[in-house]
Design a protein around this ligand. Structure first.
Ligand code: ADP
Length: 187
């Protein structure tokens, strides 16, 4: 299964991705985690990405795309993956379609985790990651609305919206139920 997870910061994508990856048997690929690893290891990519993470802006596409291409080329991603945090813009979605097309495959579904602003802001304030300060959270939400939300229309044909408010296990079941329905309908 080749899946993309979309949702505002704090919707619980990362948490759900970890559980779903386990349940579906496909690797969880989080661009946020990959960037944070580079930052911790102080690689050249990490040094370049850091200022974007710190302000909640998107890391430029030439940096992000190379990193994702490399990760998708790893053997464990050949038969499926759960992409968390990529694509985040329509151009990134086109890039992904090109990479997958060249490998003769395509996305099966895009899961949108939907949660109102007051819920995501409350969750993020509890989490305490360095980019979870109030100003940076606000900026990440703005960036999401402006650049990432348009992806929902782009993916309308394979989009599955999951209500992300509620206990983790319930949200997971909603996502898995939705995926089964989608597969049944796809025949
Ligand atoms: P969240 O979804 O909670 O905002 P992530 O861990 O997915 O957190 O992303 C953290 C940061 O990593 C983003 O604010 C951005 O700076 C960078 N980032 C992650 N994915 C991408 C991407 N696809 N394109 C550009 N920047 C990205």
């Amino acid at each position: 299964m080749r899946l993309v997870l979309i949702g505002p910061p704090g919707a619980g994508k990362g948490t759900q991705a970890a559980v779903l990856s386990e349940r579906l048997g496909v690797p969880h690929i989080s661009t946020g985690d990959l960037f944070r690893e580079h930052v911790t290891r102080r690689t050249p990519l990490g040094r370049e990405a850091r200022r974007y993470l710190d302000t909640g802006e998107l890391v430029p596409d030439h940096v992000t795309s190379g990193m994702v291409r490399e990760r998708l080329a790893q053997p464990d991603a050949r038969h499926g993956f759960l992409l968390d945090g990529f694509p985040r813009t329509v151009p990134q979605a086109r890039e992904l379609a090109t990479v997958l097309g060249a490998a003769g495959c395509a996305l099966d579904a895009v899961l949108e985790f939907a949660a109102p602003d007051e819920v995501v802001v409350a969750r993020l304030s509890d989490r305490g990651r360095p980019d979870d300060t109030e100003d940076v959270i606000r900026n990440r939400l703005r960036v999401y609305q402006r650049l990432t939300a348009p992806l929902l229309a782009h993916y309308a044909g394979i989009l599955l919206t999951v209500d992300a408010v509620g206990p983790v296990e319930e949200v997971t079941e909603r996502a898995l139920d939705g995926l089964s329905d989608l597969q049944r309908r796809a025949g």
